[in-house]
Ligand binder design. Structure first.
Ligand code: CLF
Ligand code: SF4
Length: 345
């Protein structure tokens, strides 16, 4: 998807503090003018999700496919830090580190938090960005603020639980699965309260809305007005991409014309993002030039090389020690052989 010449779009920063506004001007998603200059990197450290959207399918990965929920690898926080250090050397103007799945950033809070802490120690200037369905905001919003995360995206597709019941197969809240309207109500309550909490504490919130024809499209202006009322900075109305294997796989893809018309209507209330690329969970680079393949599995390769070197060149300080080591290795081998025989018989 092209940016559609949105780079010159006027963005109203008056809803933000001057400190957050300065960071936002370096954020390629929040500021149309920044997306051709500043790059972002996603850390795929969050594989688990706690709800089931009917448009989502995270079961397979295709390197040619670019959409949310797709990644070529899942990283631990330590691996994410290593990859960040590698990417930082090669990608110019890398300003934003985002965590956008492939599941939900807050459903994997310990990994998300640890990754941010590690990278923050390396580089305090980084702008951190999280993307979430909002279900766990009542639990983690304060920690998000305390960590200094200034940009949070909440996907809120509807403010009507009856419509929510048609979009979400279930909501798994603290170990209990809620279906239908009950699940949608819990999710919505936490999204509304969470967005308000964050904006009141100076976080720039972006509300993502997946536009689904004949399901939630007619009420999107109401969702945007509610987002504005809660203090959100911008909304991103995205097309439904009918993912193979998802409940909505046969639903029509929202057309660019329908999308732009809706954005024009909502622009009267709130800043509109018009250059979203619906990126992968491991996306790297400028929004219009994904370089994730260049770095895919780079950390795993680095770790294999290090392990091989360590195994091939053991450190031996003197011969007696070397002998003891050899005997120890042989004894281990012997005991393992006996063990195997015992098991086999
Ligand atoms: Fe990533 Fe999302 Fe942050 Fe951007 S993406 S977590 S806000 S740094 Fe951007 Fe990609 Fe669209 Fe997301 S283009 S899918 S809006
Ligand atoms: Fe998929 Fe995201 Fe919905 Fe979870 S919140 S089911 S990862 S689209």
């Amino acid at each position: 998807m092209k940016c559609g010449g949105s780079c010159n779009q006027e963005i109203d920063y008056s809803r933000l503090s001057s400190k957050t506004a300065a960071k936002t001007k370096r954020h390629p998603c929040y500021s149309a003018g920044a997306h051709q200059k500043y790059a972002r990197m996603h850390l795929p450290v969050a594989p688990v999700c706690n709800i089931s959207c009917n448009y989502c399918n995270r079961k397979f990965d295709c390197v040619n496919e670019s959409r949310p929920g797709v990644t070529s690898e899942i990283l631990s926080p330590a691996q994410a830090e290593k990859k960040y250090l590698m990417v930082r050397e090669k990608v110019e103007n890398l300003s934003v580190i985002g965590i956008a799945g492939p599941g939900d950033a807050l459903a994997n809070w310990e990994e998300t938090k640890k990754s941010i802490e590690l990278i923050k120690q390396r580089d305090p200037q980084v702008v951190f960005c999280l993307s979430t369905n909002g279900l766990m905001l009542p639990y983690y919003a304060q920690e998000i603020v305390d960590l200094g995360v200034n940009h949070v995206t909440v996907t809120m597709n509807t403010i009507d639980p009856l419509i929510g019941a048609k979009i979400y197969k279930y909501v798994n809240y603290r170990g209990v699965k809620y279906h239908g309207v009950n699940g949608a109500k819990i999710l919505l309550k936490n999204q509304l309260g969470g967005i308000k909490f964050l904006t009141e504490r100076g976080v720039a919130v972006k509300v993502n809305i997946v536009m689904i024809k004949d399901l939630n499209d007619s009420q999107i202006p109401r969702v945007v007005r509610k987002a504005k009322e809660l203090g959100a900075f911008i909304s991103n109305i995205m097309p439904l991409i009918p993912a193979e294997g998802s409940v909505f796989e046969n639903y029509p893809q929202t057309s660019a014309k329908e999308l732009n018309k809706m954005r024009d209507i909502c622009q009267m209330d709130l800043n509109q993002m018009r250059h979203c690329q619906q990126c992968r969970a491991d996306a790297i680079g400028l929004l219009g030039n994904d370089r994730s393949r260049e770095f895919s599995l780079a950390v795993a390769a680095l770790e294999t090389i290090q392990t091989t070197e360590m195994t091939a060149v053991p450190e031996v300080t003197n011969l007696t020690e070397a002998k003891q080591n050899t005997e120890a290795i042989e004894n281990v081998g012997e005991s393992q052989r006996k063990y195997r025989i015992a098991v086999a018989s």
